[in-house]
Write a protein that binds this ligand. Structure first.
Ligand SMILES: Nc1ncnc2c1ncn2[C@@H]1O[C@H](COP(=O)(O)OP(=O)(O)OP(=O)(O)O)[C@@H](O)[C@H]1O
Ligand SMILES: [Mg+2]
Length: 240
């Protein structure tokens, strides 16, 4: 699904250069659920913005869904981004004066999609996150967890192949965080690849694979199955 090879990203200001990513290489398979963690400033958000084609990089190659996206025009990148990627951020990024229906409609409007097709998708996305009955509410009339669920509905309404989530539970209590994780697992079960940045070890453990980013470098742990059989071998039992 995602294949990055030796990506480096340098932020330059008048005073300093920051190597946000250095020789960053990572593959994420179709249908995987990967959790990404690492210290503050290690490059996690930078990785997501590059993965999501929101930001360019300096060197290296990036293939998304089998296609080289290293050197696309801005238009080409927006088109692929809009078709293939759903974003979920910590701060929800909902538009305060649009109701839930219209918020979820925002990314769909960028596509040439008929109104009744959009309506169908919006309704089923809001239904999946359990907010179908609140379509006419404003974000301010919802709890934090509910707002995050709207953001998830907006991310999935376009039926993306890849969801990129940056600390989507950072502002939520642990019960709500778990519910958001349940929802992401459900979306993953339906076939969507998910990359989730989280500081929460309990949530990270639930992913199939954990990746650590330190100083702009990826320290990739083995896939879930390999980890389970290692653990079983250590414990002297076989994995079930
Ligand atoms: N637009 C920018 N201009 C200059 N430097 C930047 C910019 N964005 C990020 N950086 C720098 O790049 C490095 C990586 O930042 P990034 O936001 O990717 O970290 P992070 O791992 O997401 O941290 P956190 O856990 O705090 O969100 C940091 O040193 C940061 O200061
Ligand atoms: Mg960040």
């Amino acid at each position: 699904m995602l294949r990055m090879q030796d990506i480096s990203k340098i932020y330059r200001t008048d005073l300093i250069e920051t190597h946000a990513l250095r020789d960053f290489s990572l593959r994420v398979g179709q249908g995987e659920f990967v959790a990404v963690s690492g210290p503050s400033g290690s490059g996690k958000t930078t990785f997501l913005t590059i993965a999501g084609l929101l930001e360019n990089f300096d060197t290296g190659t990036y293939e998304l869904d089998g296609r080289d996206v290293s050197r696309l025009t801005d238009d080409g990148r927006s088109r692929i981004r809009n078709e293939k990627i759903g974003f979920i951020f910590q701060g929800f990024n909902l538009i305060p004066d649009l109701d839930l229906f219209d918020n979820v409609d925002v990314p769909l409007r960028y596509r040439r999609m008929k109104a009744d097709e959009r309506r169908k998708r919006i309704e089923s996305a809001l239904d999946l996150v359990g907010l179908a009955s609140r379509m006419k509410h404003l974000p301010s009339q919802l709890s934090g967890g509910q707002q995050q669920r709207v953001a998830i509905a907006r991310a999935i309404a376009g039926d993306p192949a890849l969801i990129l989530a940056d600390e989507p539970t950072g502002n939520l209590d642990s019960l709500m965080a778990r519910q958001i994780m349940d929802l992401l697992e459900k979306i993953n079960d339906m076939g969507t690849t998910i990359v989730l940045v989280t500081h929460d070890p309990e949530l990270a453990r639930r992913a199939q694979r954990n990746i650590h980013i330190v100083d702009g470098l990826v320290i990739d742990s083995p896939p879930y199955e390999a980890r389970e059989s290692q653990r079983a071998a250590r414990a002297g039992t076989s994995p079930d």
